[in-house]
Design a protein around this ligand. Structure first.
Ligand code: PLP
Length: 421
């Protein structure tokens, strides 16, 4: 069970609402820091442990700066994410570049930053060599195919476009060895929002076994294993959070048995979680605009799927708290919607809530990862602001809401007048 609480009082929220119009995402710095420290502490048995925060989850430089202060690196997947890390001052081997279908300029930027490049395919070895040159450290992304089951977010590994097959790994490391590469890493990422600790222990076991086999066959030494992200969070109140100590101690046991048992240590352990780091500590705050009653009850908010895609994309559950009505009985069933002309623009379907009215403030929980970041501008919808509730209780805007000017910034209206039709 997880209790769905809020990190601010009703009065604090009222004060925030006086200054900041809804909708907005609000992140809770104190909890993000506490959680970051708990992760580092759980894996402190591994001297080289590092979490590379998956920038795509919440690409906000203020949050990246906080996480960097906590010792995290950045897992980047595109040129803008690399530039964002650089702007925050996260460079060198604190950047992991895990991309796919990668254009040359992204390899070049990653190399310029001194990032660890995690190749997605064996055919990228000559591409990297041609456009940027090989690096001292190179990592490959492994796709275990039928050895692992997937889920609704990430799909089945065999059908996923990511990573090397087992045979390609052996071949790829052999090529790198023969080209003089000295430091090697191995990565996989086949889970998303996984709540079963065993999943990560088994993932580490698969990678540890591969390290020992490849090291023996090719006579090379691995520096690190990156078990990816994908650690889930309890979106539903009845779900339990992942017990980090169970994951860590399970991995430690496999490490001692497999890695140390085969003389392949020391090996640094890396993770690249996004959701687990910030997901539970973000809240989408929105206001009820209209209550509509037809064949169902609809509560239309001033936020829409441009602010949070997960329910529409994955049928994902996000808990909702109605401010000021926390103690009222949830005895009315609503579809909680946005204003997009898409019928799946719904934050909740058939959700029992206290009776709602216009201007009620709803807080949608667990939007701190893959929330604002996934937004889009379809229907001309503008994305909301992002606010940060600081440890000292103050609130700072860390991204303003999009404006009409932002929306039209790529159009040249000047030329429209003289455009012949
Ligand atoms: C390569 C890679 N690493 C890390 C992540 C972060 O996943 P999560 O936020 O579920 O931990 C993702 C998510 O899409 C990913 O594709």
């Amino acid at each position: 069970m997880s209790t769905k609480t809020l990190p601010f009082s009703r009065e604090t929220l009222a004060a925030i609402l006086e200054k900041h119009p809804t909708p907005f995402h609000l992140y809770d710095e104190a909890s993000i820091r506490r959680n970051a420290r708990a992760l580092a502490e759980a894996f402190s048995w591994n001297k080289g442990f590092r979490e590379y925060f998956a920038v795509k989850a919440t690409p906000n430089p203020y949050l990246l700066k906080i996480l960097s202060k906590e010792g995290f690196g950045a897992d980047c997947s595109s040129l803008p994410e690399l530039v964002l890390a650089e702007r925050v001052g996260v460079v060198g081997e604190h950047v992991m570049f895990t991309s796919n279908d990668t254009p040359p300029e992204e390899f070049q930027k990653a190399k310029q930053l001194g990032a660890i490049i995690n190749l997605d395919d064996i055919s990228h070895i000559p591409v990297l060599e041609a456009c940027a040159g090989l690096l001292e450290t190179i990592c490959f992304r492994y796709n275990p195919g039928p050895l692992k089951k997937g889920n609704v977010i990430i799909g089945h590994p065999e059908e996923a476009k990511y990573g090397f097959t087992r045979e390609q790994l052996f071949e790829g490391y052999r090529i790198l060895r023969d080209r003089g590469v000295k430091r090697f890493g191995i990565h996989t990422m086949v889970a998303s929002n996984e709540l079963d600790p065993m999943y990560f222990i088994e993932t580490a076991e698969i990678l540890f076994n591969l390290v020992t086999e490849i090291s023996r066959e090719l006579n090379i030494r691995f520096d690190f294993v990156n078990i990816g992200g994908g650690v889930g969070i309890p979106y539903r109140p009845e779900e339990a959070p992942v017990d980090l100590d169970v994951v860590s101690q399970g991995i430690r046991g496999r490490y001692e048995e497999i890695v140390e048992g085969h003389g392949c240590g020391p090996l640094d352990l890396y993770m690249e979680c996004g959701r687990f780091i910030t997901g539970p500590y973000g809240y989408l705050v929105a206001r009820v605009r209209h209550i509509k009653k037809t064949y169902k009850n609809f509560a239309g908010l001033d936020a829409c799927m441009a602010d949070l895609m997960r329910p529409a994309m994955y049928g994902a559950y996000h808990h909702i708290t109605v401010i000021g009505k926390e103690d009222e009985r949830p005895d009315v069933m609503y579809d909680v919607t946005g204003s997009l002309c898409e019928n799946n623009d719904k934050f909740a379907i058939d959700r029992m809530l206290p009776k709602l009215q216009s201007d009620d403030i709803l807080v949608i929980h667990d939007t701190g990862a893959h929330g604002h970041a996934m937004g889009f501008n379809y229907n001309g919808k503008l994305r909301s602001a992002e606010l940060l509730l600081r440890e000292n209780g103050t609130v700072e805007q860390i991204r303003r809401a999009e404006t009409l000017e932002d929306h039209f910034a790529t159009l040249d209206f000047e030329r429209l007048g003289s455009f012949p039709v």
